[in-house]
Design a binder for this molecule. Structure first.
Ligand code: FE2
Length: 291
């Protein structure tokens, strides 16, 4: 029988101010740079109040990481130093590998009713890939398969595999899995996980139990970190629920982190910020992006 992962801890996300004044909830980040290796940060920017998000994230650099934005409600307009620009609509994913460096802006616009909803995950890059060429994967909602599992469970597969269906985001360095799982009431869902991976669940609706005894419930905006094991078991006994299931292969390297740049050493961080100041930050394709 497969060994079910036990809950290591349940963390409530914390109200945080980011960007030019965006009120969001941070599930983890900054204070524990290696606890969730290879992941660095998870922000939840769901809000019904336009003032919470409208100031957005104007031009800023990234180096040494990947940022993964998954939208549920509203949209984010973006542009970058490679000349890309576009809109992330509901259900879409933007998987950005900053690598050697990108300067971009991300401006949330909300929907017709002023509602906004989405998540941004940061995945670290190992030393040998930190200075790789930047790349984008824009995944439209229609490209993300929905797998209907026995019992009425449905899973959107962004990255990874469910019942033989693979998600569109592939060949990523930390071999991540990113699933959006909708659970009907009273149904148990089991998902196999790679034994050496870090596994996290972030609840976005209802109350989910990941222990067979159903003692430790995780509510909306709670993050669950799991112990090692071969599978995750989830159940929402009382009412339907929904959660993000995220896993990735740990990198196991030192982390030097300041703001949007994550390197291995303080010296590399210093170089990055010096380059940003003196205009030599962008190593690959550069266009006049701020016009
Ligand atoms: Fe960013």
């Amino acid at each position: 029988m497969e060994k079910t992962r036990k809950i290591r801890r349940v963390l409530r996300s914390k109200p945080t101010l980011e960007g030019a004044g965006v009120h969001l909830n941070r599930a983890f980040g900054f204070s524990e740079p290696r606890s969730f290796d290879p992941f660095l940060l998870l922000d939840d920017f769901r809000s019904d109040i336009q003032e919470d998000y409208i100031k957005g994230f104007p031009w800023h650099p990234h180096r040494g990481i990947e940022t993964i934005t998954y939208m549920l409600t509203g949209k984010v307009e973006h542009g970058d130093s490679m000349g890309n620009s576009g809109v992330i609509d509901p259900g879409d994913v933007q998987w950005m590998t900053a690598g050697s460096g990108i300067i971009h802006q991300e401006m949330p616009k909300g929907d017709l009713y002023g509602r906004m909803g989405g998540f941004q995950l940061w995945a670290n890059l190992p030393a040998i890939q930190k200075m790789m060429e930047p790349r984008y994967r824009e995944v439209k909602s229609s490209q993300i398969p929905v797998v209907n599992v026995a019992g009425g469970v449905s899973v959107r597969v962004i990255s990874g595999e469910v019942d033989g269906t693979r998600g569109p985001v592939r060949d990523i360095i930390t071999d991540p899995e990113y699933l959006d799982v909708s659970l009907p009431a009273g149904v148990e869902y089991r998902h196999p996980t790679k034994t050496d991976h870090t596994v996290l669940a972030y609840v976005i609706e209802g109350q989910v139990y990941y222990d067979p005894e159903k003692k430790t419930g995780a509510a909306n905006r709670d993050l669950v970190q799991f112990e090692a094991g071969e599978q995750v078991v989830a159940c929402a006994p009382e009412a339907p629920a929904r959660f993000l299931l995220i896993s990735g292969k740990p990198i196991g390297e030192p982390v030097a982190w300041y703001g949007p740049i994550v390197m291995n050493t303080e010296e590399e961080l210093q170089i990055a910020f010096d380059e940003y100041r003196n205009g030599t930050f962008i190593k690959h394709k550069k266009v006049d992006y701020r016009k």
